[in-house]
Design a protein around this ligand. Structure first.
Ligand SMILES: C=CC1=C(C)c2cc3[nH]c(cc4nc(cc5[nH]c(cc1n2)c(C)c5CCC(=O)O)C(CCC(=O)O)=C4C)c(C)c3C=C
Ligand SMILES: [Fe+2]
Ligand SMILES: [Fe+2]
Length: 364
C-alpha cells in the first residue's frame, strides 16, 4: 500500500481548519444514461440497502437498473434548472454562504468545501482540495439534521475510506446530527411563522420526513426517534396543540415495510376525513431536491386535492436563507472553538516566549 502524503509541506505554515459540507448526491444530467451510473453507485451502498450482497446484486442489476433510471430521469427533468440539479445548487450556495460568514468571524482560518456522497463533486476530490489548501483539522458536516445509517453513516464511511489511503490524518470531528439543536429548531419554526405571515394557517401542519425500512429502526437506527423529536420541539416552539400537527414518512422504495405513517396515505386519509387545508414542511431535508419539489410539491399535492382537499401548501426547505446560514455558522463555530483557541495559543506562544526571554536577559 502506498499512502498519499504531503512531502512538500511547509514546516512554518500554521495550517488551516477545513469544513466539509456534504449532501446526498445528484446525477450529472436528467437523462437515463446519467441516472444509471448514479443509481448504481447509490443503491450499491450497503448502508442504503441492507440486503445480502449477492441477492441484491441480481435484483439491482437484473431489475432495478433496467427500470428505474428512465423513471427517475423523467422526475428529475421536472425539477432541473439551467444551473443543474436543485440539490447541487443549494448545497453549493450553503457552502459559499457558510464560508463568507466564517471569514467574517474567524478571518481566513477556516476553509469550506462541499461534496456529494454519490456523484460529483466527490468527497475524495473535496478532501484533496482541503488538504492541498493546508487543512490539518477537519470538520465533516453532512447536511442531514437527523442521523441515519443510509445518510450520515454512509458519509462517514466515504470520508473514512478516503482518509484510510492518506499518510497524514487530520484532527477530526463529525457532526452526526443536529435535529434538536435550538438554533435549528428556531430556524424551522421561523420559516413556518414567515409562511403564516403571507398565508392563512391551514387546519393541519404535516412534518414529512424521508423514510427508511422499518427494519432499520428495529435494529437500532435512531432516525425515526430523531425525526419525532424535531417535530415535537418545533411544535412546542410554535405553541401547537396536539391534533394541529403530525409527522409522516415519504419516498418509499421497494416492497418492504418502511417507517409509518406514509405521507401519501396520510394526506389521502386527511382529505377523506374532511380536512380541507394542509401545509407541509420537510425538516429532514436541508435543501430542496427531487424528493421535496416533485414528490411533496407536486405528487402529494395531487393526492390531497384529488381526495377532496382544497388548499395544499408546501413550505420550502431552509436552503441558503440567512437564518439557515446563521445557524450553520454558529454550529460550526461552536464545534471549532477548541481548535481555534489552540491556534491562537500557538500563534501567541513565540511572542510570549520572546518577551520572556528578553525580560530574563534584561534582568541578568
Ligand atoms: C433505497 C433506499 C433508500 C433509503 C434507505 C434512503 C434514505 C434516505 N434518503 C435521504 C435523502 C434523499 N434521498 C434522495 C433521493 C433518493 N433516495 C433513494 C432511496 C433511498 N433513500 C433514491 C432511489 C433516490 C433517487 C431518486 C429516485 O430515483 O427516486 C434525495 C434527493 C436527491 C436529489 O438529487 O434531489 C435526498 C436528499 C434521507 C434523508 C434518507 C434517510 C433516511
Ligand atoms: Fe433517499
Ligand atoms: Fe422511535
Amino acid at each position: 500500500m502506498k499512502y498519499v502524503g504531503s512531502p512538500d509541506f511547509d514546516h512554518a505554515q500554521q495550517g488551516s481548519i477545513g469544513v466539509l459540507v456534504t449532501n446526498l448526491g445528484t446525477p450529472q444530467a436528467p437523462e437515463k444514461s446519467a441516472l444509471r451510473p448514479y443509481l448504481k453507485q447509490f443503491l450499491s451502498d450497503p448502508r442504503v440497502v441492507e440486503v445480502p450482497r449477492l441477492l441484491w446484486w441480481f435484483i439491482l442489476n437484473g431489475i432495478i437498473l433496467n427500470v428505474r433510471p428512465a423513471r427517475s430521469a423523467e422526475a428529475y427533468k421536472t425539477v432541473w434548472t439551467d444551473e443543474g440539479s436543485p440539490l447541487l445548487i443549494h448545497t453549493r450556495n450553503q457552502a459559499l454562504g457558510l464560508q463568507k460568514r466564517l471569514n467574517d468571524e474567524h478571518g481566513g482560518q477556516v476553509i469550506v468545501e462541499f461534496a456529494m456522497r454519490y456523484g460529483e463533486p466527490s468527497i475524495g476530490h473535496a478532501l484533496q482540495s482541503l488538504m492541498d489548501r493546508g487543512a490539518r483539522q477537519l470538520l465533516v458536516l453532512p447536511m442531514y439534521p437527523q442521523y441515519s445509517g443510509p445518510t450520515g453513516g454512509s458519509t462517514f464511511d466515504a470520508v473514512a475510506e478516503d482518509l484510510s489511503k492518506r499518510r497524514w490524518i487530520p484532527d477530526l470531528q463529525f457532526v452526526a446530527s443536529y435535529h434538536d439543536q435550538p438554533g435549528y429548531i428556531s430556524a424551522i419554526a421561523d420559516t413556518i411563522r414567515n409562511h403564516w405571515k403571507s398565508h392563512d394557517r391551514a387546519e393541519k401542519l404535516l412534518f414529512s420526513y424521508h423514510g427508511e425500512p422499518r427494519r432499520y429502526l428495529d435494529e437500532g437506527d435512531p432516525y425515526h426517534c430523531q425525526c419525532h423529536k424535531t417535530t415535537r420541539l418545533v411544535a412546542e416552539e410554535l405553541g401547537l396543540a396536539e391534533g394541529e400537527y403530525l409527522s409522516a414518512f415519504q419516498s418509499r422504495f421497494g416492497r418492504e415495510e418502511w417507517l409509518k405513517p406514509y405521507t401519501d396515505y396520510t394526506l389521502k386519509e386527511m382529505a377523506g376525513g374532511g380536512v380541507r387545508s394542509v401545509q407541509v414542511i420537510c425538516p429532514g431535508f436541508s435543501a430542496d431536491c427531487l424528493e421535496t419539489i416533485e414528490e411533496i410539491g407536486e405528487e402529494n399535492r395531487d393526492y390531497f386535492l384529488e381526495a377532496g382537499g382544497e388548499r395544499y401548501e408546501y413550505i420550502p426547505c431552509l436552503n441558503s436563507t440567512e437564518g439557515h446560514i446563521d445557524f450553520l455558522a454558529s454550529l460550526v463555530s461552536d464545534r471549532l472553538q477548541p481548535w481555534l483557541a489552540a491556534k491562537k495559543t500557538a500563534q501567541e506562544a513565540p511572542t510570549a516566549t520572546m518577551a520572556e526571554a528578553m525580560k530574563a536577559r534584561s534582568a541578568a
